[in-house]
Design a protein around this ligand. Structure first.
Ligand SMILES: [Zn+2]
Length: 494
């Protein structure tokens, strides 16, 4: 491996660890969408994070087999064990067949994935195609004595799982009181969860299968254990998802999988979770009503890559506030990046650190040393738990550095983009240009800009240069370009 050791934050143990794969091909499983509605911006943040992980592994030349599941059955409303299935509810709401709902929203997920330039997974298994295997899995757990049956279904007895809740940092005393508000008649421990959800008497589900526990549908957690083992082997290296899965879904996946395998080994060694996107300081969740999705942004004139850039400007483990000003600034930055990079094209094809280093001519020369320095910085940043803000900053520094030769700069830009995935090699500058005219601004926006300019003029007259620079940067973020003339400053939108 060239460069720094890849280090990642493992939710299992909550610490940064060296990533050491256990096999020639890294098995990576990412909990995918429940296809009952459009993915929102917060959902897509999780997949951009997973994509960054993919790119980091590629940069380090680890071959990867990536699986993202499509949940088209089994996910009950409110992530509960009883009640209606999310897809069936959507089908009733939209008066369409369940299969149509699943196909339509699966397509929407793929559209957003493509627009955001996500590397495609190797397999996208559908839960509905694995129900027989889920039943077999639950039968095995029953034979091993991990389950009990109630009229509402088959339940996993979490008191029989010695390490239950380790991922969530649940203590032994607290685990039985795990945050489950739902009341299930006869459930032995609050943390016990359904492996099979039986049909209620007199209620016939649309999606139903026969099982040893009667007609019904699988529990939500079962599909991920079954499909990941079927496609990646019993043990594999990495499992990812949104941070909301760390307390319940992944805890239950681990409990049932380790019970099923019974070999005393950890089922999966590295668990990585992406943080929430906050909308006006509120978690974006579909249950809280309509929330913005990528199409809302593109209709408003933003390029999908502006959203990607906005996300990469924050670390995946930090909550990120979604604001219009933030996406505006990202779009302005993207526009500057693209106009600066366009004259350098064509960029060389780069995927890994090793490749990038080999592309530098005359490795002893000063110019190559400068370029190598930047490659090392990129490498150190991504190896340090996927520090994308630092990768971006390094790219910006390189674009300003006059010591880099055009050849060296091309390699550095291509390398940064191999990690960022912004498509800098061929993004059309015209596409990123949603330049607004001054007439489009609201009175409030104009007032803010003019107040800032007046403040800057005052700071300059007081020779308070740091403050003047600060305000200039603020204006820059708003897409405002200030020109100082003998008659005072004028401004325009970039
Ligand atoms: Zn899952």
């Amino acid at each position: 491996m060239t460069g720094q050791q890849l280090r990642l934050y493992n939710s299992l143990g909550r610490r940064i660890e060296d990533f050491v794969p256990s096999a020639d091909v890294v098995g990576l499983y990412s909990c995918g969408p429940t296809v009952y509605y459009f993915p929102h911006l917060g959902n897509m943040r999780t997949y951009v994070f997973t994509d960054t992980l993919r790119r980091a592994l590629r940069w380090k030349r680890y071959p990867v087999r990536h699986v993202i599941n499509i949940t088209d059955v089994g996910h009950a409303v409110a992530d509960s064990d009883t009640g209606e299935d999310k897809l069936e509810l959507a089908a009733a709401r939209e008066q369409r067949a369940v299969a149509d709902i699943a196909a339509f929203y699966t397509r929407a997920f793929f559209d957003d994935s493509t627009a955001l330039n996500l590397l495609p997974a190797d397999v996208y298994p559908r839960a509905s195609e694995y129900v027989e295997q889920m039943i077999e899995f639950a039968v095995r757990l029953e034979e091993l004595g991990y389950t009990y049956q109630l009229p509402s279904g088959l339940y996993f007895d979490t008191s029989k799982s010695p390490g239950y809740g380790t991922l969530a940092l649940l203590d032994i005393a607290g685990q039985r009181e795990a945050a489950r508000v739902e009341f299930v008649e006869g459930r032995r421990n609050k943390s016990d969860f359904a492996l099979w959800r039986a049909e209620e008497p007199g209620v016939r589900r649309v999606m139903r299968w026969d099982s040893p526990w009667g007609w019904g549908a699988p529990g939500w957690h079962l599909e991920c254990s079954v499909m990941s083992m079927a496609l990646l082997g019993e043990h594999f290296d990495m499992h990812t998802g949104g941070v909301d899965h760390r307390q319940l879904h992944h805890v239950n996946e681990i409990a049932q999988s380790e019970a099923y395998l019974g070999d005393g080994l950890p089922w999966v060694r590295y668990w990585l979770h992406g943080e929430f996107l906050l909308l006006n300081n509120a978690k974006i969740a579909k249950s809280s009503g309509p929330v913005p999705r990528l199409a809302d942004l593109t209709e408003a004139g933003y390029h999908p890559m502006a959203y990607r850039l906005f996300l990469l400007g924050g670390h995946y483990r930090s909550q990120l506030d979604f604001t219009a000003a933030g996406v505006d600034a990202a779009q302005a930055t993207l526009r500057r990046l693209v106009s600066r990079v366009a004259p350098l094209r064509p960029l060389p094809a780069v995927e890994s650190h090793e490749q990038a280093v080999a592309l530098l001519p005359d490795s002893g020369g000063e110019a190559s040393k400068t370029a190598l320095g930047y490659l090392d910085q990129l490498d150190a940043a991504i190896a340090n738990d996927l520090a994308t803000p630092k990768v971006l900053a390094t790219l910006q520094d390189a674009l300003r550095d006059s010591d880099l030769t055009p050849e060296g700069l091309r390699v550095v830009v291509a390398s940064a983009d191999a990690l960022l995935g912004l498509g800098l090699a061929d993004l059309d500058p015209a596409e990123v240009d949603n330049r607004r005219s001054v007439e489009d601004l609201s009175a409030g926006e104009v007032e803010t800009i003019e107040r800032l300019i007046a403040e800057r003029t005052r700071a300059r007259s007081e020779k308070n240069w740091p403050r003047a620079d600060e305000i200039r940067a603020e204006l820059d973020n708003l897409g405002v370009q200030v020109t100082d003339t003998p008659n005072g400053p004028t401004w325009q939108l970039r």
